[in-house]
Design a protein around this ligand. Sequence first.
Ligand SMILES: Cc1ncc(COP(=O)(O)O)c(C=O)c1O
Length: 345
Amino acid sequence: MTAFGDVVEAYRIPTVVRLTDNLYALSYRLMKMIPARHIMRRAADEGLLEPDTTVVETTSGTFGLALAMECALTSRPLVLVSDPVIDAPLRRRLEDLGATVDIVSHRAPGGGYQPTRLARVAELMAGLPSAFCPQQYSNPANPASYALVASLLAEQVGQVDCLVGPVGSGGSMSGTTSALREAFPDLTAIGVDTHRSVLFGQPDGHRTLRGLGNSLIPANLDHRQFDEVHWIGAADAYAATRALHRKHALFMGPTSGASYLAATWWAARNADALTVVVLPDEGYRYLDTVYDDGWLRGNGWTGGGVDTAPLTVDTPLQAGPGWCRTLWGRRSLAEVSGAVVEVAA
Ligand SMILES: Cc1ncc(COP(=O)(O)O)c(C=O)c1O
């Protein structure tokens, strides 16, 4: 008899979908189930989880949901530290899965919530008898978990010439790229970020496109994996998300749309190369926003398009306000921006 797995086991594996002759999508229901399961299983194997250990993590997005699913399945207490930007439907879902959602109220001087959230995680952990923090930004088990995806791609697609995907913690793109390069060393890796995210050398500031970008440099972001970086704003990402749905009936979130925009552009200019684009989550969470024309108009998120092209810039500081790209050339952040780089723990 087939041994069936639980919901995380069953849903975490992405589906490969053909978009054009040379562009395939790696479509996830919820990509973060891959690192969430891997990190929790490793922690259990390493004896880091007592029966009463509380899991504490900072997240306002899909890693929290994946952890909440994992913790619900193992009856483990979970506290998720988030910020006021968290959307109400996600919060309801997290709480329904038994997680406690702890909201920080103030931003760090640079404009982001992440430093405040990390400080709150440390405070909560210090007050608990037994606590474990998965640390998706620095735990090497996050990128390592994507070796599974690289094997799947090599098996199902064969040679992959270019991988395009959004970057937040850096885990998925750094991990999938490094594992894929064991088979395909010439693979081109394109990271998709957004303006005023510090990940690839832009100054910190208010970001409207969520789910990618960061106000801290995560240790799990391996800059040397990236050949090219694109900065895409909310209007372009939302328009591309809708185009992905209308044209290919793929109902995905806005980080998928941003990646689709960069990938279609690159694939059209590299007809002999096979490009794979990472689509990290489904569209349900965004029905009242990205998929609502009234909301888009009301917030001024119109005018984005998929028929546009990026402006190529020499340095990250030149990127913006529109869609921009730079040839990163597998360099470290310090090599590109000349900045002294402080990596978050
Ligand atoms: C919807 C979505 N897309 C993309 C990403 C970026 O993935 P990673 O953290 O592996 O860089 C995230 C990260 O949380 C996400 O929630």
